[in-house]
Design a protein around this ligand. Structure first.
Ligand code: 5GP
Ligand code: ZN
Length: 147
């Protein structure tokens, strides 16, 4: 049946459907602007996704007024995960863009609880040479947009 879409929703977005209650999810927290639910394919037990209820594709589209509430929910849920599990720390991650592994184009933070001996490995780093560090620093600093 036809239903007018409000511009803060996307018709084929799985996370908008979870917000609307059209898809089930294991919701752990919800407030006016944000929602947190278990990831269907947890990297570690207790892996939670935190999303804005409004549909925005990625970090660069998130209005400033949503950013604070979103990070507050990340913090509150992370605290709850530490209490509810024997995790000793957590990673917060966000995939932005297909090349970065983003699959669902409704902005979301991953909270990935970390357990002693969970065997997840760190991203590899490569020691940077001073010239390219300096070069990139200048380029990025020059590309910063005014507020
Ligand atoms: P990303 O876009 O950050 O790469 O990953 C999307 C994440 O959402 C994946 O970890 C995937 O397991 C999770 N995911 C995708 N669709 C659903 C869904 O319908 N429900 C839930 N709970 N998680 C989902
Ligand atoms: Zn959406």
């Amino acid at each position: 049946p036809f239903r007018a879409l409000q511009n803060h929703m996307a018709s084929e977005c799985a996370f908008c459907k979870i917000v609307q209650g059209e898809l089930p999810a294991h919701k752990v927290f919800e407030d006016a602007q944000t929602l947190a639910f278990l990831d269907l394919n947890p990297i570690t037990p207790g892996h939670v996704l935190v999303i804005p209820k409004e549909h925005h594709e990625w970090l660069l589209d998130l209005p400033i007024q949503i950013q604070g509430p979103l990070l507050e929910t990340v913090q509150r849920v992370a605290r709850a995960i530490l209490k509810a599990t024997n995790a000793q720390g957590f990673n917060v991650g966000m995939n932005n863009g297909r090349v970065a592994g983003q699959i669902v184009f409704h902005a979301h933070f991953h909270i990935i609880p970390r357990y002693a001996g969970d065997r997840l490995t760190h991203w590899p780093g490569h020691s940077g040479d001073e010239r390219s560090l300096k070069d990139l620093c200048e380029k990025i600093a020059a590309a910063m947009e005014k507020r």
